[in-house]
Design a protein around this ligand. Structure first.
Ligand SMILES: Cc1cc2nc3c(=O)[nH]c(=O)nc-3n(C[C@H](O)[C@H](O)[C@H](O)COP(=O)(O)O)c2cc1C
Length: 189
């Protein structure tokens, strides 16, 4: 079974995206075929990159890096649930990516972006793609952008607009397909 880590990239304590990430986790579990682990970047609480060696060396001086490395290493694939800030992805999330290298390599990733405005953070997702390919990840063909996020969350959690679950299912299918391809290649090598 594909071990899928759903990373909520938000770090604000009042994040509107956290309920969305929880909904994404539920949807992935309901779909089946994945062993789903929710990861909250706010709880990981990484400092600004403080490793003396390049991430590509795999030599980590700090326990927080070793813990982050082990967590990312234990995934076969990812879903990133990320907010858009000022037209792009957030600094803490880029920082979390930069901490590691080998742990990301070859792994499929689906993107779920969100924003207060009408784009649903699609520009942030677009900007993130070259970063993901730079660390050797394999982005899914489809992604999901959720506009108007503040109006979709309340005490009951995230209220998905009609059709959103189907769109997310497409992203999950793409991630599953990429993961199967990766597993098949690993067997034939
Ligand atoms: C620093 C900052 C910059 C933002 N920039 C944008 C923006 O460029 N476009 C937009 O539609 N919403 C923008 N927003 C609104 C966020 O998309 C919205 O508040 C969303 O809930 C943020 O995710 P979070 O609640 O998980 O932190 C911004 C919010 C913050 C805090």
């Amino acid at each position: 079974m594909t071990r899928l880590h759903v990373i909520s990239a938000a770090t604000r304590p009042t994040s509107s995206g956290r309920p969305l990430a929880r909904w994404v986790v539920e949807q992935a579990r309901t779909r089946g075929g994945f062993e789903v682990t929710p990861v909250d970047l706010a709880e990981i609480a990484l400092p600004f990159l403080d490793e003396p060696e390049y991430a590509s060396s795999g030599i980590y001086a700090h326990q927080h890096t070793r813990d982050w490395s082990a967590l990312v290493d234990s995934a076969d694939a990812f879903l990133f649930v990320l907010p858009m800030y000022n037209g792009s992805f957030t600094a803490p999330f880029k920082n979390a990516i930069d901490f590691l290298y080998r742990e990301w390599q070859g792994k499929p990733v689906g993107i779920v972006s969100y924003s207060a405005g009408p784009t649903g953070g699609a520009p942030a997702a677009e900007m993130l793609l070259p970063v993901l390919t730079r660390v050797g990840m394999r982005p899914a063909g489809r992604s999901l952008a959720v506009p108007g996020i503040p109006g979709l969350v309340g005490p009951e959690g995230f209220a998905a607009p009609e059709g959103l679950a189907d769109e997310l299912a497409g992203v999950l299918d793409d991630v599953a397909e990429l993961a199967e391809q990766g597993a098949a290649e690993a067997v034939t090598v």
